[in-house]
Ligand binder design. Structure first.
Ligand code: RNT
Ligand code: ZN
Length: 410
């Protein structure tokens, strides 16, 4: 099948070998939080807050950091290529002692770093500014209460130091994503003051250099319980990122349903040092369903590949489904992201761009539609086999076995 596919693509001037070679060098940052429904392992677990939700109670979730790491390894064994793991601050390991978030240190993430070193993963990081008593008012960095603001500023500063340590230890730059849940349930009178608070807090957080870490800020349209006004809106963070040379995070669930992240990438890329993607799947709201191989996923990956943005666009995942096997959720979403990248890498982009630049929109449409039935699956299977990973859904049989032998016994 691969031989035939190779010939078919060659007719369009596409080299399948090159496509596979390129795919190998694109890391996906897989989020740790799909494995335990975003709870983390702090001794004082307050439950998930911040206007995000996991629904479902599928048995077998990871209950300790080592279980989570084993589950990640299992998922990674079905994902071809070398990738990264995105860790939240709430996954600290403090030997059962209560170390509050404003006192976290690199040593509390040593196990993650040693494990990543051993497995060859990169690490990315996230301050956790939700699921904590200090976020109970619904406000963190934008709060009018100085004690609350200061607590979260301290937390983010700890996190940037931890991220820098991770990047240094692993010899691979960490990307740290800053997201806060802050917003008003009901119509506010003084939105501006909260945004000024947020700006001041961010300025304090970013007041020192982290040579092994890049910072990104993530906007949102609304959260549960914060329906009327989100302090960290798209305009706020776009402005902040542009002015302060920060990366901007584009989460596919954080915009109005008729807006597409695939269209936003080229709109902002020349004005920021980079983009962090949070690839997710919103169903009616920011529901964070498992990523499927849909048109938007393919469109996003096409934007990256068509424009050679792989050095400036960091691909991170952000979904959490507690109603299905969590390892399968990771495998499905991450493999789909890679499949979408491969499909884009197999596109005769120069040919299509030429048609478009010449105004031949008829041929552009015809070719785009023809390409949809090209045998990319044969290339995908070949790629998986060369990377010693199950090509077909055989991985599911193995995940089901792990479920029976390990997950259901927890
Ligand atoms: C929430 C944001 C944020 C979180 C993670 C857990 O709406 O998307 O990125 O999902 O930090
Ligand atoms: Zn996100």
């Amino acid at each position: 099948m691969y031989k035939i596919a190779k010939e078919m693509y060659a007719k369009y001037g596409v080299d399948t070998e090159k496509a596979m070679e390129k795919l190998k060098n694109i890391p996906i940052s897989m989020h740790c939080w799909q494995g335990d429904d975003v709870t983390g392992f702090e001794p004082s677990d307050t439950g998930l807050t911040g206007g995000i939700q996991t629904t479902g109670n599928y048995p077998g979730k990871a209950t300790t950091p080592s279980e989570l790491r084993s589950d990640i390894e299992k998922a990674m064994s079905y994902i071809p290529g070398k990738h990264r793991i995105s860790v939240h601050a709430s996954y600290s390991e403090t030997d059962g002692k209560k170390v509050d978030r404003n006192n976290l240190e690199p040593k509390h993430f040593e196990n993650w770093v040693n494990w990543a070193k051993e497995k060859g993963y990169g690490l990315d990081f996230n301050p956790t500014m939700f699921s904590h008593p200090m976020s109970d008012t619904g406000f963190t960095l934008s709060s009018h209460d100085k004690a609350i603001r200061d607590f979260w500023i301290e937390h983010a500063i700890c996190c940037r130091k931890i991220a820098d340590y991770m990047g240094r230890e692993l010899n691979s730059t960490t990307v740290t994503n800053h997201w806060i849940p802050d917003g008003f349930k009901d119509t506010p009178v003084d939105r501006y003051a909260t945004r000024q608070n947020l700006k001041d807090s961010l300025d304090k957080i970013f007041s020192f250099e982290t040579p092994n870490n890049l910072d990104s800020v993530e906007s949102k349209v609304f959260g549960i319980g914060a329906e009327s006004c989100t302090i960290g809106s798209a305009e706020f963070y776009t402005g902040y990122a542009v002015k302060n040379n920060k990366l901007i995070t584009l989460d596919t669930g954080h915009f109005h349903p008729t807006e597409y992240v695939s269209d936003k990438i080229t709109g902002i890329i020349d004005f920021v040092p980079g983009i962090l993607l949070h690839v997710s799947r919103p169903v009616r709201w920011d529901s964070d369903h498992v990523v499927i191989l849909d048109e938007e996923l393919k469109a996003i990956m096409s934007e990256i590949i068509r424009n050679n943005f792989t050095d400036k666009v960091y691909i991170g995942l952000d979904f959490f489904d507690a109603s299905i096997n969590r390892i399968a959720a990771w495998v499905i979403g991450t493999r789909n992201t890679l499949k979408a990248l491969l499909i884009s890498l197999l596109e005769p982009t120069d040919m299509l761009k030429k048609l478009e630049h010449e105004g031949d929109f008829t041929s552009r449409l015809a070719l785009l539609e023809e390409l949809k039935s090209m045998p990319w699956m044969a290339v995908w299977n070949e790629y998986c086999e060369r990377n010693n990973v199950c090509a077909s859904s055989k991985w599911l049989e193995e995940v089901k076995k792990y479920e029976a032998d390990v997950l259901f016994k927890r």
